[in-house]
Design a protein around this ligand. Sequence first.
Ligand SMILES: Cc1cc2nc3c(=O)[nH]c(=O)nc-3n(C[C@H](O)[C@H](O)[C@H](O)COP(=O)(O)OP(=O)(O)OC[C@H]3O[C@@H](n4cnc5c(N)ncnc54)[C@H](O)[C@@H]3O)c2cc1C
Length: 339
Amino acid sequence: MIKTDVIIIGAGPVGLFAVHQLGIKGLTANVIDNLDKPGGQCIELYPDKPIYDIPAVPECSGKSLTDELLRQIKPFKTNFHFNERVQEIKEEKGNWLIKTNKNKNFLSPNIIIAGGVGSFEPRKLPIKDLEKFEGKSVFYSINNKELFKNRKISIFGGGDSALDWALEFSKISKVTLIHRRNEFRGAPHTLSQLEQLKKTGKIVIKTPFQINSANQGDTLKSIDIKNEDGKIEKIETDIVLGFFGLIMQLGPIAEWGLNMTKKTINVNTENFQTNKPGIFAIGDICNYPGKLKLILSGFHEAALASVECFKRARPNEKFKFQFSTSSKDIQKRLGIKND
Ligand SMILES: Cc1cc2nc3c(=O)[nH]c(=O)nc-3n(C[C@H](O)[C@H](O)[C@H](O)COP(=O)(O)OP(=O)(O)OC[C@H]3O[C@@H](n4cnc5c(N)ncnc54)[C@H](O)[C@@H]3O)c2cc1C
């Protein structure tokens, strides 16, 4: 059981800035995100696209904004829990018990939901037989490359992720790349590398093919793929990787008894608390009259929610409003040395 002052659901830009606002008030946060990295929409949907409306930053990209937010919260040494979706929350004697889909448990007086448009989930292969192999021999993201050494790997997909991993794993394993179209969508350099590896027999390419079935039993040994004419081929394989992009799903958040309007959570704009004491919603997922789904609005919402979190986490202390330019407390928490 991990105890912390605040659980933040979502490591998008707003969840990251919430870490800062809590940290300068001396509160600890644990951040949980279903993705394998921080940044939310900025990283998943537009890492290279310029953003022009972050205060005092005339231009940045989704990636550089995320990098700078991470740099800003570095002093707080925050614990991040990636690849985990918050599944259940339950009240326990004035605190909240939080459970993830990987059975990790947290206890905290505060939950800040900064879940954006919901958790980003990988689009999966449409074959029931493969579900039981997920996490053992079927994967939709890569965490530990070592698992994929000296294996027979079938990679599905036609975009950058499928191609990049096909190139990478062809150095250490036997790779078959399978795509439902004849054309791949990748950078010219990647496509020419792929062509070269195909010519030298280092990668087998099967197009236009789709998955048809997998073997029965407890261990993945082979899959059948099918082309447009109904022709079926068997491929000996012990690992299947699927890269079909992500879908956004509100998922379990909708089942937590929070007052909602059209997949967003209603909040009180004084402190961004929901109808449940100690549960806050900020960023794209919150809803109030006049709400703008902008990053800068989320930053303001994080600042106000953090004050109420402080009051709940430190009921015996008085909250003191302080400027970072003049507060020795804040500067100490940020690791700034004053003479
Ligand atoms: C193409 C595009 C361009 C944009 N350009 C701009 C712009 O120029 N300026 C601007 O201000 N805004 C822009 N936006 C909007 C901006 O990206 C969003 O307002 C911002 O990302 C919201 O941040 P957030 O932290 O609230 O949510 P998100 O960025 O959506 O992050 C939410 C995170 O929560 C995680 N999550 C959700 N539910 C769970 C759960 N149950 N368990 C675990 N994790 C969960 C998700 O995986 C995700 O990582 C743009 C958006 C798009 C799509």
